[in-house]
Write a protein that binds this ligand. Sequence first.
Ligand code: ACM
Length: 263
Amino acid sequence: MRAGFLQFSPLFGEVKQNVDKAVSIISSQHADLIVLPELFSTGYQFISKKEAADLTEPVPSGYTTQRLITVSKDKNCYIVAGIAERNGDALFNSAVLTGPEGFIGVYRKIHLFYEETQWFLPGDAGLRVWETPIGNIGIMICFDWFFPEAARTLALKGADIIAHPANLVLPYCPDAMVTRCIENRVFAVTANRTGSEMRRDKEELKFIGMSEIVTPKGRILTRAGSEEEKCTVVEITVEEARNKNINQYNNIFDDRQKDFYYS
Ligand code: ACM
């Protein structure tokens, strides 16, 4: 199957423009799965809870999810995209999964980074994997990578591919995801953004790009530069993620020594 990411620099608060751009690029691709960055339709650096609330949308009835459903159906393509979600009074940093069949599900980021803690609630729906005709898709968002338990949980729940929308500012993740893939024998598609934001008197946040697709054996199939806007799609074989044997004696799940682990 063909999996890819769209790396670009969303304009803060310009939801329609950001969605138009993503939809137009997705429409020009031939892909089974495309992953978009975290908060791709709103931008990242909110300055108040009210501003965040005003930019959030209900899922799946909101504008952004509806546009993604339409392009998923038109292109026969699964999409994982980071959006700002409102559910009643609760705001979440979420990612929706849409496909040819329409809306499939939403993941709400559980490990909030820095000032996200001021606007969003930590996800209340756990880490989830969706079985689809193109493979089992698990979702985590950006800083979730810092907690190996997140990727491990998705792998134990049967994920073949971890779709990983991101707005990375620290430098570690692109290399660290190689380890996440090796230790869980899964594919990962990290879709990061580029550009920078410096709203009002806040410090500048510079996003590192370097979106990538990594195999279960830790091979980086493709990695974008730190500044370019780019949509890359590559061929992957999801079955490679289903063999958890390292050799005839070692299986990464069966060999876990859970009695000795601290939780
Ligand atoms: C992040 O979680 N956006 C760094």
